[in-house]
Design a protein around this ligand. Structure first.
Ligand code: APR
Length: 228
């Protein structure tokens, strides 16, 4: 089967009611990103950071995957499909996508300060002062600004292998994730689904200017022509 690789961002979860970051009303309009999503912010006020992620984790328990997540999962029947996501929610998995690669971590996991001991915590809060097994502060298993994207090489390798590459719901403003499009082989068609204009640099594919759910319906028609 052909290798179909998705790079998704916050926009794929927007129709589930999960806020994006840079749209009007987005998370970064209401929070100072450097205070709640950076290693400096963690060291300055870890309780503020815990509250930020505890709130998002609690919200995740009350939202559902949307038609776009489900459409992406269904394509596993006709393609060797992989999802690389910048999202920290578990909506791709709950829609049935297997082996999702989370470039920026996962809300449902926590870890010690050294990020060497990762545990599943589901949607529960991390309590103030809660410790990891090694005695360090238990923290969200998230890649904060200023931290290394440990899975970038794996993501680049998967992207290099892609026969078809699809971008859904990302503003392509955060690196190194956004640089993945440059790891595609020269002939690999790149599709992008987004209701807004994005810096979509390639003419070897198609920009589907729609929300994720509607865009995935259109993409599924295109892919029927490309499946083996
Ligand atoms: N369907 C599809 N795309 C949508 C929808 C929708 N219903 N609504 C908004 N979008 C698009 C926006 O037009 C935008 O291009 O989703 C994109 C969201 O962009 P961002 O808010 O920048 O989110 P993302 O690209 O995922 O951010 C990347 O930045 O703050 C960090 O770690 C955080 O993983 C995040 C990274």
């Amino acid at each position: 089967m052909k290798k179909l690789v998705f790079l998704t961002g916050a926009g794929v979860s927007a129709e589930s009611g999960v806020a994006t970051f840079r749209d009007s009303g987005g998370l970064w309009e209401n929070y100072d990103v450097m205070k709640v999503a950076s290693i400096e912010g963690w060291n300055e006020d870890c309780d503020l950071v815990q509250r930020f992620y505890n709130d998002r984790r609690a919200q995740l328990a009350n939202v559902e995957p949307n038609a776009a997540h489900r459409a992406i999962a269904l394509l596993q029947a006709d393609f060797d499909a992989r999802v690389i996501t910048q999202n920290v929610d578990d909506l791709h998995e709950r829609a049935g996508s297997r082996d999702v690669l989370h470039l920026h971590g996962e809300l449902t996991k926590a870890c010690n300060e050294a990020k060497t001991d990762v545990i599943e915590i589901g949607y529960r809060a991390i309590a103030e002062g809660e410790k990891a097994a090694d005695g360090s502060r238990l923290r969200p298993f998230i890649v904060w600004f200023g931290e290394t994207v440990e899975l970038m090489n794996d993501a680049a390798y998967i992207t290099r292998e892609a026969d078809i590459f699809v971008i859904v719901g990302t503003s392509l403003q955060v690196y190194p994730a956004a640089s993945l499009i440059y790891f595609t082989r020269g002939k690999t068609p790149i599709y992008a689904i987004d209701p807004n204009e994005i810096a979509f640099p390639f003419d070897r594919g198609e920009f589907i200017r729609e929300k994720a759910s509607r865009g995935m319906e259109i993409l599924r028609e295109r892919l029927k022509l490309l499946a083996d």
